[in-house]
Design a binder for this molecule. Structure first.
Ligand SMILES: [Zn+2]
Length: 194
């Protein structure tokens, strides 16, 4: 899981008052501050000064609140997505010194992702190819069938090298880049380790 830095922005009502923090001051529409206030469209401005709302400052030190705030805000989640892409491309998320007075927070993003195991299948390296159907890089098709709450191996299809070996009363199978091994209560299917 990537960890990266995101900067919060300062926002203030046009009528004055406390300076709050938010993931991103939107160009249009309302803004929600870290302390949970929603400022109506057109009633606020982005400011370069330090925030002085104690609730915003306290919450800015809580990474789970920050990532939640980023996900709740459309522009914030886009920002988070962008940072993720930058992290994946191994580019630094930001260059040069940061603006003074703006807290930098560490965020643990939890984007939707494919779990690394679906029942008996270790999905790492596989691509989903339909309901319960997975394809390996070499083209091995593995069909999983739902039994109760669990996905169990149902079928493997591959036109290529296949080796089946008997092992302790069960079958161990190697097909292309996929291996299937007996486990305590069934089978484990995975991309073959190099
Ligand atoms: Zn505030």
């Amino acid at each position: 899981m990537s960890v990266f830095n995101l900067r919060l922005e300062s926002v203030q009502r046009k009528t004055g008052g406390r300076i709050h923090l938010t993931p991103r001051v939107p160009r249009s529409g309302p803004v929600t501050t870290l302390c949970g206030q929603t400022l109506a469209a057109g009633s606020f401005v982005a400011v370069e000064r330090d925030a002085d709302c104690t609730n915003c400052l306290r919450r800015s030190r809580d990474p789970s609140r920050i990532s939640g705030a980023f996900f709740e805000q459309e522009e914030g989640s886009q920002l988070l997505q962008l940072s993720l892409e930058q992290a994946r491309a191994r580019r630094p998320a930001g260059k040069g010194p940061s603006a003074p007075g703006k807290p930098i927070v560490r965020v643990l993003p939890t984007p939707p992702s494919i779990p690394d195991r679906t029942g008996e299948l270790l999905t790492a390296g596989f691509k989903p190819a339909g309901e319960g159907l997975w394809r390996s890089p070499a083209g091995v098709l593995v069909r999983m069938r739902k039994q109760g709450r669990d996905w169990r191996f149902a079928e493997l299809v591959f036109e290529g090298s296949v080796v089946a070996t008997r092992q302790d009363g069960a079958i161990r199978l190697r097909a292309g880049d996929v291996e299937m091994r007996p486990s305590a209560d069934g089978y484990e299917v995975r991309i073959k380790r190099p």
